[in-house]
Each structure stands twice: as structure tokens, then as C-alpha cells.
Design a protein around this ligand. Structure first.
Ligand code: NAI
Length: 674
């Protein structure tokens, strides 16, 4: 048989042709153009000497196919180019779908995007029930929807509700859920995967198709109503002008469901259009930014065994349980035994949330996390994470006490959000072992950790801290020690401007609306209430000292009167049963100016960070602000936004705000350097 660069063809004693996908020069399989071209040739070859059946699997360890090659995606700068790209994919998938023998996709490990579409073009899909197996169509996260036939074929298998559900959320399913929802045929233990695949492909049974009630929702009679409900659901999370893809997918289904051939054709046209939109371009950029952050943690290999967390409060407690979930042995110390008991209780709740009914996993995570009132873990730990009160003296007293007991080579990491490492380090005999690991609240939800290099931080310690962060599934952002680091420094002026506007009598709801319309996940006033106004005030105090900005009086007053936001039941907004109570926005008057006032302060501070080199590149600024604050991902980060909109255009807005509001809008010199 002929040689293929990315595929190995093997025929077995059952007459089955096995197509082992093994993308050349790559650790994982991607459905690059070349891989598809070869598959097309292979299918032609097999048609000439038709096997009993075809099974497609992966020759890579523990992964199937991660999807299309996103790098290729970036070259599609015109709708014509993307149309041709998609048509090629469609031709191959259609060819596979139309093979005169039975075909099966045997999945173990990640099966995403194009990998799932390839599987859907087969008659059967059998997957391992391994923890590593995940099957999904996450294209929506890149500003498109499935474009290799995945729309029509997933609906054909699962019915519209389930299929649209996985496409609109981009959620990848574990094998068992995939089986339950009809996406795959069988889900078996890894050791039985091959046997099950062979038995299924030779079974002669009809390929799985959605039937009865599952299919009914696709009926032309119900589609308009269901589609409008879907649009309503989507609009709660994404605005059509920011994220057109989910709306395009719903339109596609509403118009063409029931006619697979037409739907496949229209799917390609729709994706060709979406792929060249600014949103898709920027979301692809965000994907690469995420990869860039992951790379920061892969420079060296570092395997700490024991983590000791000091401070079992909001942050320390959550960091400890997060590390235990990630497989580390963790001791957690607090001066207050009662607090420690609460920490353990809270950790149990997060284990239950994570592992659901898997009692063994819950027990194991619980076994890995040990309350340690006396701090005996200090002497055994490879990394000590300090998350005690935000007080220089208290932290230094602790450091002096623990340093003599630390293991040689152990790292001391502080979670401080506002104290400079240079102020903390002098009390240490070995200041080079001190690094910042700035987690965000809530730890389980926030993907970013700023890894702070102080003046005396050792290079290896910095690399180890980055690698550790990566090892716990967080995105490490190497940041220079400086007030507010990157994320809080950029976020705070934006947030404080919103607070100032409230003091001017502008309705908080209108301010939040202006921010959400820009693309922020939550308005700044609601965010301040959620984080806690006391926390905001303390970060703002430190920053206002360092950067010379004013602290709004109304923030001070609210904190002094005990209105700390959501946690105390009242802040800028009232709360009922833990839920914010908002009034209707009376009118939209002045909303553009409100938006400009907030966003320009954020951008101006971004320029300052860029000029000062707080992180090593503009991409890392964009990455930090997106993953640390949720800054409108479809805009690709603040620097990307400035470049896209035009430096001159935005600088003019900045100048005019400076003329109206004075000093706090003084354009940073960074504007002329970008
Ligand atoms: P917290 O007040 O909830 O918890 C601090 C815990 O440390 C308390 O349980 C206290 O008993 C314990 N503690 C204090 N001194 C101690 C000592 N000498 N030995 C042992 N335990 C001691 O505080 P939170 O909010 O968890 O903050 C901790 C650190 O994390 C601070 O440095 C803060 O700036 C930082 N941070 C806080 C964020 C937040 O949103 N709360 C976000 C990011 C960082």
C-alpha cells in the first residue's frame, strides 16, 4: 500500500481497514489541510479495493484529534479563501459519509471540533470512558460554528436540542454524557475499546439517528418558536454585534434543518463569512494568547510534591483546595483553629462540586488536604504559599518565623495583592526565594495567576513558580513587581471612574450597561460589589498612593458604614437573597460619554504599563487583561483594540476627556510609543 505522511493504513484479519491518524511532526493530531487531502486519497484507494469496514483511530498517546489547525485558519483573510478551505473539508467528510462500507471512529482522549466532525461523518462512534476522553464542538469559542458538516450531522444523530446545546455552548462532553445524549454509540473501558469498535462496525446495525421526541423539535412547525427561545437564551450571554456566530448557527438551523444537503452547503457559506469577521480574528488571537501563557510555564520541568498554604481565609483556603484537586499534597495552616475548620468544610464542598457523586475522588482529594494548625508542613513543603492578612508587618513577622524551618530550595510565594515584594523581601535571609503568586478571587473560576518577580527573585525560582502555576491548570503571567502588578493596576482606574460617576448622580445601572455594551462580562459597579468594597478600597488606597489618583469619597463612606457589597447584603446596589436588585435604566442619555470615560482610563493605564514594561510584550498585556479581568475577548485585548480602532482616533478621545476632566485623563507617554 502507498505511503502516507500522516496516516497509517493497516488491514486486519476481519477485513477491516484501520486508518491510524498520526500527524507528522506534531505531538497531537490536527485536521490540517494536508491531513484531509491524504484522507481523501486514502478513501479513493480503499474504494478500489473495498474493505469489510473502516475504523479511524489515533496513533497519538491519549488523544484523538484536537480539531482543525488554527494556524491555517489565520491565513484565511478573504471570504473566498475561507470558502475554498471549507469546501475542501466538506468534500472529504462527504466522501467518508458516502463510503459504501461501514465506517467507525474509535475515540480515546480529546476529540474536538474537526475531530468530532470527522467522527460524525462515520456510521458509528465508539469512545473510551477514560477521564481524558472529551468530545465536543467548541468552534463557537473561536467566533465560528462547526464548518466541516458538524451542524447537520450532529443534529441528525442527537436531535436539534442536544446538538444545538453542545454547539452553542462549545462544551466538550465526557464519554458517558456523550453516550447519553446520543452523540456516540458506545462508551467502554479503554481495555475493551478495540473489541467494542470491531464488534460495532461489523454488527450490521443501522447507524444511530435521533428519533421520536428528540427529532420532533426539528419539525418546521416548531422551529421558529424554539429558535426564538434559543436566541433569547444566547442573548443573555452574548450580544449579536459582539458574537454573531451563535446567532448565525440558530439561523442556519431554523432555515435549513430537515434538508441535510442544503444545510451542509449553507453551513460552509455561513462559516466562510464568520471566519473573516473581526470577532473570529480576535478570538483566534485570544486562543493563541492562551497558548502563549501556557508556554510561559513550560520552560523548565519542575515537580513540587508538597504545598503548604498559610492563611485559610477566602484566598488561602481556596488555593489549598484547588491545589488538592490538582493532585498535590497540601497542608493548610491558620492561626485560628476555627477558621481552619471552616476552611476544611469549604474545601469539602468544592470537592463535591468538582467530583459530583464520585465519592472515591472526593475522599482522595480530602486525604490530600491536611489542616495543620501548628504549621508542621513548613519543613516539608517545596512551595509555601502565604495568604495571610494584607499587612506588611504581619507578613514579615511570619516570614522571619518560618524561614529557618524551610527546606533548602523551597520557594516562598506570597499572594499579596498590593504589597511590593521589595518591601517584604528584606526581612528574609534568602530574599531570592521570594516570588509573588497573585491568584484572583474566586480562585476556582479565575484562570489567571500573576507570577511576580521582585528585584531579588532568583531566575530559577521564577521559572519554577511559572511551571507550578501551569501544573495546577492556571495561566501564568510573568509580571514585574510594581504597584497593583498588571491586572489590578489596569482595572482600578476604570472601576474608580465608575464609582466617581455614581457620586455625580449617574445611575449605577446605566454605568454598568455602558460597560457591558462595550463587551465587559459584568459592569464595574456590580463587579466592585461582588469583589467587596473593602477589598476594592484597600487596593485602590495602595494604588492611589503609588499612582497619585484620588480615592472617591462615596467608596469610603460605604465601607465605613459597613455596606461592603454583595457579601454584606448592600453596597452600591441592594441585594435580596444574595441576588443583586437593579432598577430599570431610565434613559440612555450620555451612555457613550460614560463608556468613554471608563474605557479610556483603562486604556490610558494600559499605555502606562506598556511603556513601563510591566510584562514582557504587548501580547502578554492583552492576555493578562483578558484572562484577569474578562476584558471583551472579541476585541482581542486592550492593545489590540487600540490598534484596531486606531491610535489617533482614541488619542483624540483621550485628549478631549483631558480637556474636560483634567489630570486623571492626562495622556500617558505610552500613546506615542505604541
Ligand atoms: P482573609 O482575611 O480572608 O484570610 C486571612 C487568613 O489568614 C485568616 O484566616 C487569618 O486567620 C489568617 N492569618 C492571619 N495571620 C496569620 C498568621 N500569622 N499565621 C497564620 N494565619 C494567619 O484574607 P484573604 O482575602 O484571603 O487575603 C489573603 C491574602 O490574599 C492577602 O494578602 C490579600 O491581599 C490577598 N488577595 C486577596 C484577594 C481577595 O479578593 N480577597 C485577591 C487576591 C489576593
Amino acid at each position: 500500500m502507498s505511503d502516507y505522511k500522516n496516516w497509517k493504513l493497516e488491514r486486519d484479519e476481519h477485513g477491516i481497514a484501520w486508518l491510524h491518524l498520526d500527524k507528522a511532526d506534531s505531538k497531537v493530531n490536527l485536521l490540517a489541510g494536508e491531513v484531509l487531502d491524504e484522507l481523501s486519497e486514502l478513501l479513493d484507494e480503499l474504494r478500489k479495493d473495498l474493505p469489510q469496514a473502516i475504523i479511524i483511530d489515533s496513533a497519538k498517546k491519549d488523544s484523538f484529534v484536537f480539531g482543525a489547525d488554527i494556524q491555517e485558519f489565520t491565513t484565511l483573510d478573504t471570504p473566498e479563501k475561507s470558502q475554498a478551505f471549507l469546501d475542501r473539508g466538506h468534500r472529504v467528510m462527504n466522501k467518508l459519509d458516502a463510503m459504501p462500507c461501514k465506517t467507525l471512529s474509535m475515540v480515546h482522549g480529546m476529540c474536538l471540533g474537526g475531530g468530532t466532525e470527522l467522527s460524525l461523518a462515520c456510521d458509528y462512534i465508539v469512545a473510551s470512558d477514560d477521564n481524558k476522553t472529551r468530545i465536543g464542538l467548541p468552534e463557537i469559542k473561536l467566533g465560528i460554528h462547526p464548518g466541516y458538516g458538524g451542524t447537520a450531522r450532529s443534529i441528525r444523530r442527537m436531535g436539534p436540542m442536544a446538538a444545538m446545546g453542545i454547539m452553542l455552548t462549545g462544551r466538550a462532553l465526557p464519554a458517558r454524557s456523550a453516550k447519553r445524549s446520543g452523540l456516540i454509540d458506545e462508551c467502554v473501558p479503554l481495555r475493551q475499546l478495540k473489541t467494542a469498535a470491531i464488534a460495532t462496525v461489523l454488527s450490521g446495525r443501522m447507524p444511530h439517528r435521533a428519533k421520536g421526541f428528540k427529532k420532533l423539535a426539528g419539525n418546521a412547525l416548531f422551529r421558529p418558536l424554539i429558535a426564538s427561545q434559543m436566541r433569547k437564551q444566547v442573548s443573555k450571554k452574548a450580544r449579536v454585534e459582539h458574537y454573531p456566530a451563535p446567532y448565525a448557527l440558530i439561523d442556519l438551523w431554523q432555515k435549513y434543518a430537515g434538508n441535510d444537503v442544503r444545510m451542509l452547503k449553507e453551513e460552509a457559506i455561513s462559516v466562510a463569512r464568520l471566519a473573516t469577521s473581526d470577532t473570529a480574528r480576535n478570538l483566534v488571537k485570544v486562543f493563541f494568547l492562551q497558548e502563549e501563557l501556557k508556554r510561559q510555564g513550560k520552560q523548565i520541568s519542575y515537580k513540587p510534591e508538597h504545598i503548604h498554604v498559610i492563611g485559610g481565609g477566602i484566598m488561602g483556603g481556596d488555593i489549598a483546595s484547588w491545589c488538592a484537586i490538582q493532585g498535590y499534597t497540601v497542608t493548610v495552616q491558620d492561626q485560628d483553629p476555627e477558621r481552619l475548620a471552616q476552611t476544611y468544610k469549604r474545601a469539602q464542598a468544592s470537592f463535591k462540586k468538582k467530583y459530583k457523586r464520585d465519592r472515591r475522588a472526593i475522599r482522595h482529594a480530602g486525604d490530600r488536604l491536611m489542616p495543620d494548625h501548628k504549621g508542621q508542613g513548613v519543613a516539608r513543603a517545596d512551595i509555601i504559599i502565604e495568604a495571610i492578612f494584607e499587612d506588611l508587618e504581619v507578613k514579615q513577622t511570619l516570614y522571619k518565623e518560618i524561614e529557618p524551618r524551610m527546606k533548602a530550595g523551597a520557594i516562598l510565594a506570597t499572594n499579596t495583592s498590593s504589597i511590593m515584594l521589595e518591601d517584604l523581601a528584606p526581612c528574609l535571609a534568602k530574599p531570592e526565594r521570594l516570588v509573588g503568586l497573585h491568584f484572583f478571587n474566586p480562585v476556582a473560576m479565575m484562570p489567571l495567576v500573576e507570577v511576580i518577580r521582585g528585584e531579588s527573585t532568583d531566575d530559577t525560582v521564577m521559572q519554577q513558580a511559572l511551571a507550578f502555576t501551569q501544573s495546577i491548570g492556571k495561566l501564568p503571567l510573568p509580571t514585574r513587581s510594581s504597584p497593583g502588578f498588571l491586572v489590578n493596576r489596569i482595572l482600578m482606574p476604570y472601576l474608580l471612574e465608575a464609582v466617581v460617576m455614581v457620586s455625580e448622580g449617574i445611575q449605577p445601572e446605566l454605568i454598568d450597561k455602558a460597560a457591558v455594551e462595550f463587551g465587559m462580562p459584568m459592569g464595574p459597579i456590580e463587579l466592585a460589589d461582588t469583589v467587596g468594597l473593602d477589598v476594592c478600597r484597600s487596593v485602590a488606597q495602595i494604588l492611589s498612593k503609588a499612582l497619585g489618583t484620588d480615592l472617591p469619597d462615596n467608596l469610603d463612606q460605604l465601607v465605613s458604614s459597613g455596606n461592603l457589597g454583595k457579601k454584606s447584603g448592600a453596597g452600591f446596589y441592594p441585594y435580596k437573597n444574595g441576588k443583586v436588585v437593579k432598577r430599570k435604566v431610565a434613559n440612555r442619555q450620555g451612555i457613550d460619554e460614560i463608556q468613554h470615560r471608563m474605557i479610556m482610563r483603562l486604556l490610558n493605564e494600559t499605555m502606562a504599563c506598556y511603556r513601563e514594561g510591566i510584562v514582557a510584550s504587548d501580547d502578554l498585556i492583552d492576555a493578562g487583561v483578558i484572562f484577569g479581568t474578562g476584558f471583551a475577548p472579541f476585541r482581542g485585548g486592550p492593545i489590540n483594540y487600540v490598534r484596531d480602532t486606531g491610535v489617533d482616533v482614541l488619542k483624540q478621545v483621550q485628549d478631549s476627556l483631558y480637556a474636560t476632566y483634567g489630570e486623571r485623563y492626562k495622556p500617558d507617554e505610552g500613546w506615542s510609543k505604541i
